[in-house]
Design a binder for this molecule. Sequence first.
Ligand code: PGA
Ligand code: ZN
Length: 414
Amino acid sequence: MEKLKIIGVYGYEVLDSRGNPTVAAKVVLSDKSSGFAIAPSGASTGMFEAHEKRDGDKNRYFGKGVKGAVDSINGEIARTLTACDCVNQRKIDELLINLDGTENKSRLGANAILAVSLAVAKAVANSKKMPLYRYIGGINAGVLPRPMLNILNGGAHASNNIDIQEFMIIPYSAKTFSEGLRQCVEIYHTLGKILKQSGKATGVGDEGGFAPDLKSDEEAIALIVKAIEEAGYTTNDIKIALDVASSEWYENGEYLMPKRQQKMTADELISYYELLCEKYPIISIEDGVAEEDWNGWKKLTKRLGNRLQLVGDDLFVTNYKRLQKGINECCGNSILIKLNQIGTLTETLDVIALAKKHGYTAVISHRSGESEDTTIADLAVAVNAGQIKTGAPCRSDRVAKYNRLLIIENQLKK
Ligand code: PGA
Ligand code: ZN
């Protein structure tokens, strides 16, 4: 049989869920199968992430255009990948990494590289008539993730007065993905009703969670507990996770919550979490301290690591070397996985494997700027990650991932 080859690579400038430009790529194979992928985009990005290339031309999209990244797909990347054997994803990703030639993919842009890397994998999956999760994960793939639904938004994702970025609910006792999702959807709507009844705003933030002004960040947690109970569940069924995104607060070795203008040291911040965890059913905290504060991470892990999942997002940025350093220095016990933080599928899979090898959990994640692309749903099942965070059950960019998982659950039942 003739080898399956890439015959076309095309880049496009499209829009993300915030209405900002982002990169899409289409890859066509010699058997006419094709794959299409769209790169997501963060707002509270980690400083050690791979580079998201934007044009900076103030006359277009306030400088946020991605024509340069798209041009490199249609030019250099297309020339390099055309006629390549597409079944070897590692080889394709190595070609892309070497073509870029920089440590952080700043020449071609991680947005361009990721869109192509994923479009290649999707094209091959389509050619093999396999669902993407099966192609990526092989015969072992098949665990539906527990969803972490961000139902109340603050920080950089909302223009309210809440400093903590994400308040998530986790269906802890549910037996299946769909049952857990249903419970969380009911709680989300109940929270909306509670907010409305108390005269609070029910507009939503970037990830679809409500974004009201509240007396304190703690009030957000108390309201969520109220919603859990009013919806007919208990805090044994439903647990809470926070993404503090505290790198956004870090300045000269201290933490300044920008909206409430409250200053804290790392020790005080950790004591604050300790208190919250005693009062509320919190089981996971992401970026509790900042991306540069390795000392703070060591303390946080020492004090709370035996009873909480401590997720490194900005700390690890889906980067093998940074995760290895974290493992060596006992920082955190979990990694957030965002494909565009590193820029290729292969590197992402390598980081997940490293996490698993060392007993770290891996939470597959969306970005606050998303699209209809549902790759992360398949990735979660492919690597049996067990957890996914992809926002509230609101806004099609978030719901698309949950819907994809519902379809996968159905397929796997058969
Ligand atoms: P971002 O936020 O996509 O804006 O970086 C998501 C997160 O911090 O987990
Ligand atoms: Zn985060």
